[in-house]
Design a protein around this ligand. Structure first.
Ligand SMILES: [Zn+2]
Length: 286
């Protein structure tokens, strides 16, 4: 009798998963993770992947971002064939690289090249968080350094979009060295008085936020982008203080003087053109 009583009790409660109910076929429709709206993918793409209802900025791939910036069909990719080795023989790293290459059709987490924006020739770099979370391995660092050197040499402005989880752990100290290498290349650019515009998108964290992405002559960011070095929990435990709710958002950084402007995506190209116009005299930078 007592045994029966126990047996009748349900061991586990069933919690209906809202996700199961609202699952929608991937491809045709997308669900906004912020406001929950269901958006036709084609409409979303027309609006540069920004939710019309709540202005949530969906992640953009590097090719999409480049297409949204440059004047028509004027982009020449550089160093497209550079790809990471596995210098530390890190378990599964080679396989993960191979699968990301296949998934993204890219060799690394950044695309660099030359293009014109509003008629201004520029060097452009765009990170892509689909590839190893946009982490900065030696190839990402090398491509940024080469792009900066090219910008110095040609005296073209350099526009760099960051989206990154930080250093790439599978490349250990070689990944961390990219912070110094990219910073040195940007310093040379600075001495040559060539403009560097850094645009931080969601998320820009770790070693990327602590090196090249914070070194712009002008630092812009997309709305609500997560930007920071260490995670909130780590900092709270270290400083033993509760951090503000908007801590590590683009808006918080703007308020505290670490950014020059938060620019919605639909205004990005025009804002960049304005910045380039202001810094270009008679077709050459001076
Ligand atoms: Zn939304």
């Amino acid at each position: 009798m007592i045994q029966n009583l126990f047996r009748k009790q349900k061991k586990y409660a069933t919690i209906p998963s809202p996700q199961v109910k609202k699952d929608i076929p991937e491809g045709l429709m997308r669900k906004c993770p912020d406001c929950g709206s269901i958006i036709v993918t084609k409409e979303l793409e027309k609006n540069l992947k920004v939710c019309k209802k709540c202005q949530y900025h969906f992640p953009m791939t590097a090719p999409e971002r480049i297409a949204s910036l440059i004047d028509e069909e004027r982009f020449f990719e550089l160093d497209a064939d550079l790809s990471s080795k596995d210098p530390l023989s890190f378990p599964n790293y080679s396989a993960k690289l191979a699968s990301d290459r296949e998934k993204t059709n890219m060799n690394e987490a950044i695309v660099t090249g030359e293009g014109t924006v509003g008629g201004h020739p520029c060097i452009i770099g765009v990170m892509d968080s689909r590839f190893r979370m946009g982490s900065m391995g030696s190839v990402v660092g090398e491509k940024i350094a080469r792009a900066a050197n090219r910008a110095s040499m040609k005296r073209y402005p350099f526009i760099l979009f960051s989206a990154s989880g930080g250093a790439r752990m599978q490349e250990g100290v070689l990944s961390l060295m990219q912070m110094a290498k990219t910073s040195a290349a940007l310093e040379r650019m600075h001495r040559n008085r060539v403009l560097f515009v850094s645009v931080l998108t969601n998320p820009t964290t770790g070693g990327v936020s602590a090196s090249f992405s914070s070194l712009g002559d002008i630092n812009l960011a997309e709305p609500k982008a997560l930007i920071g070095f260490a995670g909130r929990r780590v900092i709270e435990q270290t400083v033993r203080q509760k951090l503000p709710d908007d801590f590590q958002t683009a808006e918080f950084l703007l308020k505290n003087g670490q950014l020059d402007k938060v620019v919605p995506r639909c205004e990005m190209r025009q804002t960049l053109i304005r910045v380039l116009d202001l810094h270009t005299v008679g077709g050459s930078l001076d």
